[in-house]
Ligand binder design. Structure first.
Ligand SMILES: Nc1ncnc2c1ncn2[C@@H]1O[C@H](COP(=O)(O)OP(=O)(O)OP(=O)(O)O)[C@@H](O)[C@H]1O
Length: 709
């Protein structure tokens, strides 16, 4: 058989498949789907491909349109090998209606036709003319009806119209009449007969209605990856002495089983497969003239050439309509970055407030303890110094809860009622006075009496640290004031380390400033990644991606159109995030807004390409979501966004510093907090690293997109 392929292809053959072999899975455990299959489809012929579910029909059709490759064997379509330059397949020569409707719910019928028309390179007028014709033939609802509101059968007809839109030479229809009522099914067949007979086009059609296939000129009966027979329906019925095609199929299936039991594989008996040789003898079918306009239309159609511009226009139109008709998505696009930023700014990094602290003041009776009102007298010799100390505690930050004994206060800490306990002994004031007088010879006992014991719940580190800081500050204020009142320099009460005005940042920095740069980049990165990934996986699942490729646009061209569209969305989000964080929330920024915007855009692009990469390897939304969500925690914790890199285990730190978001975070922090420009290594390193990473991932995407599932 393959020798036949070496001679010049028969120009009257629309499709010729020889010894097609294909399996899914690994070489070790192959699931053979096409097994030395031969098939011949002439021009001017309707070829009905029949077979049980799962026998490999769709796989065969996708190989014919060039979307899948055979492991061995050959396919010629309209004289060329699908997928080779100049073959025109995939391309406008072929019209493909996949099994799934492959339509966008957000579109109207008109939008759908314009979308595919633009991909094919048709003008708006050409699309309008063809749409008008096809709407009549396929009895489509009004053109401005949204796909979402169509029934299953109506959607299939719109999908069929999309396959017919550009008037292709070869039509490949995977179950076009499912869910279509008998009357309309009849008129669809009439139309197919019309275009094959009058325009010499070829149609390959799969259907589950075996008797419907009697209207085909030739039938291929497929089972377990091979064709059991291939001939005109009447010939098959006559040859096998059956009454219906169904009987023929059952008879041939039984024979295949018997041959299998005898150990005769399809490969060894391939030449014996029943095929009609030479031209197809066909009974003239009772053709009802649908419309002679078809002929005129065809003359009007010029040679179409899909372009990247057309793909881009379609992509932009699709994205705009998706957001217009889906307010939820628009909300996600605009409001999510705003919400995320607001949550970050108002929830992270601020000093804790209203922390309950158990206080045991043995200097006072319990009644007096609860309020030191009137007891915190000024001067060098006040009666209750402990009340002076209490007054220094900021009640907005620390809420005192008074206890009688130290044990009771410790129990309160253990039971979680308070965050810590503070103890002032009965001789506190006396001890302080004595300390002041006998400064040189202070005994241990005196030091004990003047000490304030504090016991904290250290399980919540930030709170414990904050309480320690606040209590130390309160003590300092108390000590300094007392010294001042006693005419001693307040500086004696200070620690000998004096912190001057900071070189960068604020005197009392908060964690929000530290995390701001990383949070801005994380929001930009994950929003870009998420949106790109979801849109690309959805399009693949909806069959839109495949349809665009069958129309003749390359994977790379579709990818470029996606990247341009996603870039527009990403720029919108960067503008939102930066306006909110810098202009409205006024996060600390000492640097150039241009540099901030550029690093955000680079990370946004990195997110877009990572989204593309995930969509290449994940064939459904679930796995893509798991992948995206799973990468969130490592990115946040490894990039030094939440904790300084200096605090990481050394090996992990080396690895983290290699990551693009880590460098970009350091860069953005340097720009925003220190006002550094591009001349500083911390700044240009981040730009260089994230750019190189983005370029590497984009190259992988452009190569890998060919293998997109
Ligand atoms: N991408 C894939 N990976 C692995 N197996 C696959 C893949 N696509 C299809 N198969 C398997 O290959 C076999 C043939 O599938 P195919 O879709 O070609 O059958 P079909 O005849 O078109 O079925 P139906 O009439 O139900 O659409 C099935 O067993 C299917 O599970």
């Amino acid at each position: 058989m393959s020798a036949e392929m070496d001679v010049l292809p028969d120009v009257e053959l629309a499709v010729s498949v020889r010894d097609a072999y294909k399996f899914y899975g690994s070489k070790k455990k192959p699931v053979v789907v096409l097994n030395q299959l031969n098939m011949t489809v002439a021009r001017g012929c309707i070829y009905g491909l029949l077979g049980a579910s799962g026998c490999g029909k769709t796989t065969l059709l996708t190989c014919i349109v060039g979307r899948r490759k055979l492991m061995s064997g050959q396919i010629l379509v309209l004289g060329g090998k699908p997928g080779t330059p100049g073959s025109g397949v995939p391309g406008p020569k072929v019209g493909y209606m996949p099994q799934e409707t492959a339509l966008l719910n957000e579109f109207t019928i008109r939008n759908t036709m314009n979308y595919f028309g633009k991909i094919y390179g048709m003008t708006t007028d050409e699309v309008e003319d063809r749409m008008h014709l096809l709407c009549g033939i396929l009895e489509l609802p009004p053109k401005d009806t949204q796909i979402l509101h169509l029934s299953g059968g109506q959607k299939r007809r719109v999908s069929l119209a999309a396959a017919l839109l550009h008037d292709p030479e070869l039509l490949i229809l995977d179950e076009p009449t499912v869910g279509v009522d008998p009357v309309l099914r009849h008129s669809i067949w009439e139309y197919l007969v019309e275009i094959t007979q009058k325009q010499n086009k070829a149609v390959i059609i799969t259907t589950h209605y075996i008797e419907e296939a009697r209207q085909a000129d030739k039938i291929g009966l497929m089972r377990e990856g091979t064709l059991l027979a291939e001939d005109a329906p009447e010939n098959l019925i006559r040859k096998h002495d059956c009454e219906t095609l169904e009987d023929v199929f059952l008879k041939l299936s039984r024979r295949q089983e018997e041959l299998k039991e005898l150990g005769i594989t399809s490969q060894s008996r391939s030449p014996a497969i029943e095929q009609s040789q030479g031209s197809i003898e066909k009974e003239p079918l009772p053709v009802v003239r649908v419309q002679d306009k078809v002929q005129e239309e065809r003359k009007k159609m010029r040679k179409l050439k899909p372009t990247i511009l057309g793909a881009l226009q379609s992509q932009l139109m699709m994205t705009a309509l998706r957001y217009y008709r889906n307010p939820g998505s628009l909300y996600f696009l605009v409001m999510f970055p705003i919400l995320q930023l607001l949550v970050f700014v108002y929830a992270v990094g601020h000093e804790p407030r209203s922390l309950p602290l158990a206080i045991v003041n043995e200097e006072l009776s319990f009644d007096n303890v609860t309020n030191c009102v009137g007891l915190a007298e000024p001067g060098c010799d006040p009666p209750f110094l402990s009340c002076r100390l209490m007054n220094e505690i900021n009640p907005e930050q620390i809420v005192p809860q008074f206890y009688l004994t130290w044990n009771e206060s410790l129990d309160a800490v253990k039971s979680g009622k308070v965050k810590g306990a503070l103890h002032i002994g009965p001789n506190f004031t006396e001890a302080w006075k004595e300390r002041r007088e006998v400064w040189q010879e202070v005994s241990d006992e005196l030091i004990d009496d003047s000490e304030i014991a504090v016991s904290l719940d250290m399980s919540e580190l930030p709170i414990a640290q904050f309480l320690s800081k606040e209590l130390l500050a309160s003590y300092k204020r108390f000590a300094k004031q007392l010294l001042q009142d006693c005419n001693i320099s307040a500086r004696h009460g200070d620690t000998p380390i004096q912190f001057q005005e900071p070189i960068f940042g604020r005197s009392s920095p908060n964690f929000t400033d530290f995390m701001a740069s990383g949070s801005i980049l994380t929001i930009v990165y994950f929003m870009s990644l998420g949106i790109t990934c979801v849109i690309m996986v959805t399009e693949t699942m909806e069959g839109i991606w495949d349809r665009a490729l069958v129309a003749g646009v390359t994977e790379q061209e579709v990818l470029v159109s996606h990247i341009v569209t996603q870039t527009i969305l990403m720029i919108i989000q960067v503008v939102i995030v930066l306006t909110l964080s810098l202009a409205i929330l006024k996060l600390e920024n000492e640097g150039s807004i241009l540099l901030i915007a550029v690093i955000c855009l680079i990370i946004g692009w990195f997110g877009v390409f990572m989204g593309v990469l995930i969509s290449i390897f994940c064939s459904n939304i679930n796995s893509a979501s798991y992948f995206s969500l799973g990468s969130f925690v490592p990115v946040v914790f490894l990039s030094g966004i939440a904790w300084p890199l200096e605090g990481m285990v050394p090996a992990l730190r080396t690895y983290s510093e290699f990551l693009p978001i880590t460098r970009a975070t350091t860069t953005l922090r340097a720009i925003m907090s220190r006002g550094w420009g591009i001349e500083y290594p911390d700044v240009y390193n981040g730009f260089a690293y994230s750019t190189v990473w983005t370029v590497i991932v984009s190259i992988i995407c452009f190569i890998g997109v060919r293998y997109k599932k």
